[in-house]
Design a protein around this ligand. Structure first.
Ligand code: C2E
Ligand code: MG
Ligand code: MG
Length: 284
């Protein structure tokens, strides 16, 4: 066995005990409204501090957690921890923000999802309107009955829903109009080559147009450069998230980060510009 295979096996062996040993932690990444230049939300991103390997990213353990079913308990811990943190920040005078939490496919299909979320809302006291749950495109659009029922029930609780990594799944667009989602998150693979790749630019503009036509907000993920931000602004995108603003930060560092971003020098769009509809003569 090579090192990578040994590491994978060790992680799978250790994963069931990680929650009890308090080895999980959350990082928070700000989401900025392009028009106002203010931080309107943060996304909670899971990390595992493994005793041997140090900080492990979710791509390395979420698939195993999903397969074994451990994702249910881990997901509840994530939701609860993020909601408690959001309430602490709100109480400390930070501006009102949404806290976004990722849901795995397995969680979305679980008929007990509603009960779990209701329990966390009641335990933490968070305003449901401040909570956004990110679901994947495949769950939202090719959905099994269980997922559709969950999405509707969560929406009825007043929680916002967004579709993560939009554009990468197999979409049945007809589902989008039945799915009570308030935000599309453009996948970072389309954002990465903005300014260089005309096809990606066309896809980004089409997603923004689609979202706005369905009265959804649109956020671009993985924004790393001023050029990408300038293009997204010209295309009428509503929000951005990415290393250009900040990488995901520890809870203790997040308030300072948000205060610093308050003075982010962003170009405010002129009021005369149309929100809906693709701007004409936009550079690539
Ligand atoms: P995601 O929800 O699409 O999160 C965005 C990912 O992009 C994060 O990776 C973030 O650190 C990274 N990112 C942010 N800005 C930039 C940028 O400018 N450039 C680049 N190259 N990357 C950027 P991360 O934290 O490794 O998470 C990966 C995925 O793992 C997430 O993708 C999400 O699908 C999943 N995940 C994270 N936390 C949770 C969780 O609590 N539960 C579940 N079920 N899945 C989670
Ligand atoms: Mg996400
Ligand atoms: Mg994403």
């Amino acid at each position: 066995m090579n090192d990578a295979a040994k590491e994978k096996l060790t992680m799978e062996r250790d994963l069931p005990r990680a929650l009890a040993r308090s080895e999980f932690t959350l990082r928070y990444q700000p989401q900025l409204d392009i028009r106002s230049g203010s931080v309107v939300g943060v996304e909670a991103l899971l990390r595992w501090i493994h005793p041997e390997f140090g900080l492990v990213k979710p791509a390395q353990f979420i698939p195993a957690a999903e397969q074994s079913g451990l994702i249910e308990a881990i997901g509840e811990w994530v939701l609860s921890t993020a909601c408690v943190q959001a309430c602490i920040w709100q109480g400390s005078g930070l501006p009102e923000m949404t806290i976004a939490v990722n849901l795995s496919v397995r969680q979305c299909l679980n008929p007990r999802l509603y009960d779990m979320v209701a329990r966390v809302l009641s335990d933490t006291g968070i305003d449901p309107q401040r909570l956004e749950l990110e679901i994947t495109e495949s769950v939202a659009m090719n959905s099994a009955e269980a997922a559709v029922a969950n999405i509707r029930d969560l929406k009825a609780m007043g929680i916002r829903l967004s579709i993560d990594d939009f554009g990468t799944g197999y979409s049945a667009l007809s589902q989008l109009k039945c799915c009570p989602v308030s935000k599309l998150k453009i996948d970072q693979s389309f954002v990465r080559n903005l300014g260089f790749d005309a096809t990606d630019a066309a896809i980004v503009r089409a997603i923004i147009f689609l979202g706005h036509s369905l009265e959804m907000a649109v956020i671009a993920e993985g924004v790393e450069t001023d050029r990408q931000l300038a293009l997204l602004t010209a295309y009428g995108c509503d929000e951005i998230q990415g290393y250009l603003l900040a990488p995901p930060a520890a809870a203790g560092d997040t308030p300072e980060l948000i205060r610093r971003l308050r003075i982010y020098p962003i170009a405010v769009r002129k009021p005369s510009e149309k929100r809906n509809g693709l701007p004409t003569a936009v550079p690539l």
